[in-house]
Design a binder for this molecule. Sequence first.
Ligand code: ACO
Length: 324
Amino acid sequence: MTRRSIVTGCGRYLPKRIVTNEELAERVDTSDEWIQQRTGIRERRIAADDEKTSDLALNAAKEALISAGINAADVDMIVLATATPDETFPATATRVQAALGMTKGAAFDVQAVCTGFIYALNVADNFIRLGQADTVLVIGAETFSRILDWEDRTTCVLFGDGAGAIVLQAHEENDDLVPRGILSNHLHSDGRHHDCLYVDGGPSSTQTVGHLRMQGPEVFKHAVNNMASVLGEAMVANNITASDIDWLVPHQANKRILDGTARKLKLAPEKVVITVDRHANTSAASIPLALCEAVADGRVKERDIVVMEAMGGGFTWGASLIRW
Ligand code: ACO
């Protein structure tokens, strides 16, 4: 019998305020046409002034617990991926833990920017497979609106706020011929690319929060190559081809990156879950938001092959392959 992690619940939360491209065009020199053509983004959600990353995370976590049919008391661990924590410390995960009324287990944050959810999922999966946890809440939550330079048109149009959460639980099966659950994880980073995408502040450097800075075209080039290569790695590890993939749930940065990756892999575009048009890039929240949408509307069904993949600042990139 093999012990694996399966997803038993999904939840999402988006702030109420919708900001359209037209609204941004009133603040910076841009247009709906430019943003849609270059990125596929139509609108994004922006957190209210009193809404913190932990608030977004908490709402998504509550929905995930309800959909899994469990209580917060059943959770052994919270792993929360974010690059926009409420505070430098303690971890935002501990805020969520307290708000859920949990007093046992462990809660901590993982930071890999847009690849954060894949890293968090891998960490949680390892805890479960080792028998150190049975039930883990894995959350991706961000308020990137707080680290954007709202006068920089090359970055402020690309991002949004949101949170997604899943419940990951231990599962053992006798019939291991067609195993369910997370079948493989693949993580990478290459710190030499720091200057392509970073925040120009932080407690140890400037003692300020700072703003996101990015060399867009450079990031674009690496994103398509790295995402296609890590997807190839996941397929080889599981002895499958692109035609075996039922759903690709990519990090939602730019529709052109998603189309380019699918084209490179000869993957049918209708198999790619897309939310970037409505959410923009929500960093670590984008994969669980897209995944939970595809689960809620019935696209993802039991035993489907679902591949998630991401690339972000660092650079970091990675993929997880699940038989649902
Ligand atoms: N509105 C109007 N014009 C703009 C805007 C804007 N919002 N932003 C840039 N421009 C201008 C530039 O100033 C430039 O003008 P110039 O030719 O007069 O100098 C022109 O448009 C072209 O700029 P490029 O940067 O070359 O445009 P490109 O086609 O590369 O698109 C973009 C830019 C959308 C940022 C693209 O490079 C991209 O998506 N890169 C990936 C970035 C990304 O997704 N980062 C997210 C984090 S990492 C990740 O999640 C994978």
